[in-house]
Structures are given as structure tokens and as C-alpha cells.
Design a protein. Structure first.
Length: 288
């Protein structure tokens, strides 16, 4: 995967991307990164690439010509017009599925806007994708571009030391990731769930699947619409539907809930809101 970032602040990208997993992947030649300073393509000779907006208004607008020159110069160097992602709140919200799809590209360009935006005419000519990382305002597109590159890179073969981890972690398969535990077995009087210490792989996988289902129901019920449920999934979810609903969900269930001790808190409490989602979800699932 070859990344190209068109930006006014190349040092921000360079400093942020040459570390950790992504930095190691670059050192191995699995990824490459080239920053393109749009100021180098200024038509004025002084590095300025912005001007006042037609029609008035606050702020400045990045001009079309420097952006166009930067892109066409890159296209000439690599021999084709590569896919270009413009980072903007107006774009589609970035998802794990989009990361997988973009990871199939050989060359990928990110265009980072600043000020009040970029002249619409050049976007019409060169942008192939408009992507947002959320409904909030940032100073520029540099941080969103790094978010996308980090996520996309994890889907590139060989980047992760354990390829499975890229497929099973949060948001893969539309479910949130299950809780993780490591040594020591007991920390601050809180024990690791006994099932994880049992050595029974089938039970561990079932517990993890149930946890993913429950966490998604609790925190991101909108994701459940895309989940394929098997018989054991439906059995677990029906059990939640049969519970007496609580008024408020705890942030954590605690040690006793996992241990099965007498009088322990319910490890899977649900409210009326979650049960309403479950009734709809199971009705759809049963028709399939």
C-alpha cells in the first residue's frame, strides 16, 4: 500500500505515522508514505495557496490551482490518476467495512483541507471519495487522514503480527470486541472471569461471543442490524429478553457477577430500551 498525503503541514503527518505498528510496517516495505506539500505548487511564488471566498464570508479558501497541480504532478509520477479521499465532515462516516475496501487499493491519496475549505471546482475534478470521521469540527484534515491510514493499514496483509487480531477486534463482523484480561489473575480484588481460566476453548469462544453481543446491545445497538445470528446467539439474546428489566445499566458488572457467587449481581442486566431492540431483532432473525 502506497499512501500519499496532500497537506499544508507535512511534518505533522511524518511525525505521526512513523511509529508503532505502522512505522514497523513501513520499515518492512509493506507500506510507503509520501507527503506532498501543497504550498510547493503555489501559483504566486510565495507559498500562499489561499484567497478570500467569493460572495464574502469569514476566513480563507484553499485555491483550486495549487491543489490541482499537486495532484496532477503525483499522477504523472506514478503513471495513473490514483483514488483520492477528501477528508471532510460532509463525507460518509468512516467504517471498518470502508477500511477493508480501501485496503485493496495499491495507491491511495488523502487530501487535507484547511481554513474554510477547498475551492469546490478542484474537488469536482479530482476527489473520488468524501469521508468523515465524525460529526465535529477539526482544524484540518491531517488527523482524520492519520486515523484512516492507521485503520486501513491494519487490513493490509502482513502489517499485523497476528493477522487474526485484525479480523476479530472491535467492529469486525459488526460486533464490538469482548473484554480482554491479562496477568495477574486478581488485580485490585477483581478476578479474571473463571471461564477464561478454564482451558475449555469452546466455552471461552461462547463467552466471548455472548460478551460481544451484549456489549453491542448495550453501547451500539444500531450495529446489530447487520449481525448474522446462529442458534446459540438467539438463545442467549432470548435469555436477555426474559429478564426483569432494570432502570439503569451499571458501567461494569464486577467480579462477583462473573464468579456465579450466591447473591452476585446479574452479569447481563438489560433495560426496557435494550429489550425493545431485542424484540425487533429476534423477530427479524426468526423470519430469516
Amino acid at each position: 500500500m502506497n499512501y500519499y498525503v496532500m497537506t499544508l503541514f507535512p511534518e505533522m503527518i511524518e511525525n505521526g505515522m512513523h511509529t508503532s505498528i505502522i512505522g514497523r510496517a513501513m520499515a518492512k516495505g509493506l507500506l510507503t508514505l509520501q507527503t506532498i506539500n501543497i504550498r510547493d505548487f503555489s501559483t504566486r511564488g510565495d507559498g500562499r495557496i489561499d484567497d478570500y471566498p467569493y460572495g464574502g464570508g469569514a476566513g480563507m479558501v484553499m485555491q483550486a490551482e495549487p491543489v490541482y497541480r499537486a495532484y496532477t504532478d503525483l499522477a504523472a509520477r506514478i503513471g495513473h490518476r490514483p483514488r483520492l479521499v477528501y477528508l471532510t465532515p460532509q463525507g460518509k462516516t468512516f467504517t471498518q467495512q470502508m477500511a477493508k475496501e480501501l485496503a485493496l487499493e495499491e495507491d491511495l491519496v488523502f487530501l487535507c483541507g484547511h481554513y474554510e475549505g477547498i475551492d469546490e471546482r478542484v474537488l469536482d475534478e479530482i476527489a473520488t471519495d468524501y469521508i468523515s470521521i465524525g460529526d465535529y469540527v477539526l482544524t484540518g484534515g491531517e488527523l482524520p487522514s492519520m486515523v484512516l491510514m492507521d485503520s486501513i493499514s491494519r487490513m493490509v496483509p502482513g502489517v499485523l503480527s497476528n493477522q487474526e487480531s485484525g479480523e476479530t477486534e472491535s467492529f469486525s463482523g459488526s460486533l464490538l470486541e469482548y473484554p480482554q484480561y491479562s496477568r495477574p489473575e486478581v488485580w485490585h480484588d477483581t478476578a479474571t472471569p473463571p471461564v477464561l481460566m478454564s482451558g475449555h476453548h469452546a466455552n471461552v469462544e461462547r463467552w466471548r461471543r455472548d460478551q460481544s453481543l451484549y456489549r453491542t446491545l448495550k453501547h451500539r445497538p444500531d450495529l446489530l442490524d447487520g449481525v448474522e445470528l446462529d442458534k446459540k446467539d438467539r438463545q442467549f439474546l432470548r435469555g436477555l429478553l426474559e429478564k426483569e428489566p432494570v432502570e439503569q445499566l451499571p458501567l461494569t458488572s464486577g467480579t462477583a457477577a462473573w464468579s456465579g457467587e450466591e447473591g452476585a449481581a446479574d452479569p447481563y442486566p438489560v433495560r426496557d430500551a435494550e429489550q425493545k431492540v431485542l424484540r425487533k431483532l429476534l423477530a427479524i432473525s426468526n423470519k430469516a
